[in-house]
Design a protein around this ligand. Structure first.
Ligand SMILES: [Zn+2]
Length: 203
């Protein structure tokens, strides 16, 4: 489903705002960290009783967001799949929360679903951050941002479109916010790893 351009721009701005208020300064973007810093409680399906697990799985096989009677925001998530999938699920539900979609356990509209999906995909690999690693393929994005192959292919394609556009346009305000958060050298993770292996060789 294709949303109006202004919806996408709004969601990108919200994602930048969340990264800033949660003081996220390193990749991969961690949904658990963002949810906790937003004051959302996290409940993995594996921590529930058999009966409860059956009930939550009937609502969603991946996860959902509710507010309990005390006004607490809670994300229930299936913790059986891969980290990449769980991380995506949690950020999708954070998206419903941030974008004021109401309780996702009650079901969301198609527009709300498309918005939450876009929020998760964008915040996991925003093009200005992808640019910092100078990717030559989707594989590079998969390695650095710890996202699924499918999400990496989307992110690489989206990044290339962004790069073409920014040959002629200045970065947007929300992109500047994101870039200012990640001021460390792009390759410090790899550098640190190689320094560590050198240390092992000479030890
Ligand atoms: Zn949803």
């Amino acid at each position: 489903m294709r949303l109006p351009d202004e919806n996408y721009e709004f969601i990108k701005g919200e994602a930048a705002h969340i990264l800033k208020t949660c003081r996220i300064r390193s990749i991969p973007i961690n949904g658990f960290e963002i949810a906790i810093k937003c004051g959302i409680l996290l409940r993995p399906y594996s921590a529930l009783s058999d009966r409860q697990r059956e009930a939550v799985t009937r609502i969603s096989s991946d996860g959902f967001f509710i507010e309990d009677k005390h006004g607490r925001s809670i994300i229930y998530y299936n913790d059986a799949p891969s980290f990449e999938r769980i991380n995506m699920t949690i950020l999708h539900e954070v998206g419903h929360y941030i974008l004021d979609h109401g309780i996702s356990a009650n079901g969301n509209t198609d527009v709300e679903e498309a918005e939450a999906k876009f929020f998760a995909k964008y915040i996991l690999a925003p093009p200005p951050l992808v640019d910092r690693i100078h990717p030559t393929s989707a594989r590079d994005i998969m390695d650095w941002f710890c996202i699924s192959w499918e999400a990496s292919v989307y992110a690489f394609d989206n990044y290339n479109k962004w790069k073409r556009r920014h040959m002629y346009h200045d970065v947007e305000e929300y992109e500047r916010i994101i870039l200012n958060l990640f001021i460390t050298k792009t390759n410090h993770i790899r550098k640190r790893l190689s320094a560590y292996s050198k240390h092992l060789i000479h030890a």
